[in-house]
Design a binder for this molecule. Structure first.
Ligand SMILES: [Zn+2]
Length: 281
């Protein structure tokens, strides 16, 4: 499979630190040609943007290909998201908008987030989470960029805020979706897409998600590893961490559950992600 897009990789995580070069070369070999580096805080977003800067095309489109260049492994193009995760919302303050504004204006930053609500871990108080999320929804509306969304154990509040966001013209993807069909249908009805990770390969923990996949049309889903987390269980014994090169295993599991050909499913997901994040061909 060529041209796959991994919409969520946490390069800032301690497990992936210093591994960017090998992760990208294995990703390229596995057919993953675009990666969105997830920004979960100011510093993680700056790191994501620096990866995006470092992996722009080496030559202008239509430029002459030097001798021998054609035999090189294909480049992986890296894009960034910039935002504050609910875990980090306690650090959101009056200065945060200005600090993120320049990043959101950068063409290499293709989404606002990761943002949303997480009442499971509660690393930040609810009110701080809501304030940070609200401000980032407004930024997405203002910049016209999609939201890269996170929700855990907060469906009621999250859906209410998304409802207002949709009315204001926001769009985006609920990344690492792990809930059931009812939640999926609610997000889809509001115009938001759904991101699927290796959670789908977990027969026990992923039962609700596997069922929900029936309700998610192929033209509304995106594939992601959320590396280094959630290593697909169908990938067999590899390294102890998840990585973008394992994205085809997520695609395989989704295709099987939806009764679709894996190549067709992957191509559809690529088209969906290119459309949502306005990535060039
Ligand atoms: Zn997340």
């Amino acid at each position: 499979m060529r041209g796959m897009i991994d919409i969520g990789v946490n390069f800032h995580s301690s497990q992936l630190k210093g591994l960017a070069a090998e992760l990208l070369s294995r990703a390229a070999a596995a057919g993953v040609t675009h990666i969105l580096a997830t920004g979960t805080s100011l510093s993680a977003s700056e790191l994501a943007l620096s990866f995006a800067r470092a992996h722009e095309p080496a030559r202008p489109p239509g430029g002459r290909v030097p001798e021998g260049e054609a035999r090189r492994l294909p480049d992986v193009r890296v894009w960034a998201t910039a935002g504050t995760h609910p875990h980090d919302a306690k650090h959101w303050d009056a200065a945060s908008i200005d600090q993120f504004e320049a990043m959101w204006a950068d063409a290499r930053v293709v989404a606002v987030g990761e943002c949303g609500l997480d009442y499971y871990r509660m690393f930040s108080p609810r009110e701080a989470q809501r304030v940070a999320f609200e401000a980032q929804i407004a930024a997405a509306v203002r910049t016209g960029k999609p939201l890269f969304l996170h929700c855990r154990d907060a469906f009621e509040d999250f859906e209410a805020m998304l409802r207002d966001a949709a009315k204001a013209g926001a769009h985006g993807v609920v990344h690492c979706f792990t809930d059931g069909a009812a939640e999926a249908e609610a997000y889809l009805a509001l115009g938001f897409d759904i991101g699927i990770t290796g959670w789908v390969t977990d027969a026990a923990r992923g039962a609700a998600l596997r069922d929900a996949l029936r309700a998610i049309p192929a033209d509304r889903l995106h594939l992601e590893t959320d590396a280094p987390y959630l290593r697909p269980k169908n990938a067999g014994k590899t390294r102890h961490y998840n990585e973008p090169a394992l994205l085809p295993f997520v695609a395989k599991a989704v295709a099987e559950l939806k009764g679709l050909d894996v190549a067709a499913l992957s191509a559809q997901a690529t088209a969906n992600s290119k459309r949502l994040f306005k990535l060039p061909d």
